[in-house]
Design a protein around this ligand. Sequence first.
Ligand SMILES: Nc1nc2c(ncn2[C@@H]2O[C@H](COP(=O)(O)OP(=O)(O)OP(=O)(O)O)[C@@H](O)[C@H]2O)c(=O)[nH]1
Ligand SMILES: [Mg+2]
Length: 291
Amino acid sequence: MQWYPGHMAKARDLLRKNIKLVDLILEVIDARIPISSSNPEINALKGQKPKLLILNKMDLASPAATARWQKWYKQQNCETIALNAISGQGLRNVMAAAHRLVQPTMKKLRDKGRRSRPARLMVVGIPNVGKSSLLNRIVGRKRAATGARPGITRGKQWIKVGGELELLDMPGILWPRIEDPSIGLKLAATGALPLESVPVEEVAHWLGALLVKKNPLQLKERYGFSSSPKDPNQMLDDIGIKRGMLLPGGVSDRDRVARLFLREFQNGQLGRITLELPPEGNYNGFCTHVP
Ligand SMILES: Nc1nc2c(ncn2[C@@H]2O[C@H](COP(=O)(O)OP(=O)(O)OP(=O)(O)O)[C@@H](O)[C@H]2O)c(=O)[nH]1
Ligand SMILES: [Mg+2]
């Protein structure tokens, strides 16, 4: 899947330049696709800076799956916090961990006799994972623009929180080549890629096939089917009939149905569903030990 407009390249430059200025990186990922939504470039650029991984949109993910992910990350020395950036559930844990993780750096500065300054935090992640929503939550009011489509934040912005913290909101950054097609599909299904740039019918079919296998009862309930769906094509056509999304001749309008289906998944209307589970064994590269 190809999707890498010019502002992404600009955002990478911003990341490269600003990473040096901060004391802690808050990487926001989507709890429904933790690995697919973490940007490998962040670890490549972050050097020795501590990082806290935030599994956001926990309200949309399976609680059991999120618990498994947190256990898995912990096994590799990677600290995670589950968050709902809309309700604020988990926010206190984020703040407590952030304060703790910046302490060693702040202490070093004090020991060197530097004048104390606010700790600087950078909120990074791929598009649409909830970076600005988290930042607004921390600040306690709406300072950063948020939106249901990717690419809302374009430039960087520093925001002060009391005298203790400074936060940098960053535009979403996607890595340039998504080699694994299933990662592209997951990013499209969860809304990290704008719908205009993805083959919606293909993505809806892929998601439909997965959910028919893993969550047939949720589909049955949501769309009022008389039995559990078995075939994704048939199911999408049946949704069209149920919702009156028909073309002349009475066949389902597959494009409209695909959009509806993806939107309902993204809004959590199909239930709390996680699309990937931790791989077996260790996963080198994504978690860097916090010193
Ligand atoms: N259900 C749910 N929705 C969330 C959560 N956090 C953010 N959202 C929604 O996700 C969408 C994207 O949120 P933003 O905060 O704009 O995301 P962003 O990462 O700043 O996006 P860009 O600036 O476009 O990269 C918005 O519609 C938010 O309301 C969450 O924890 N749960
Ligand atoms: Mg934003």
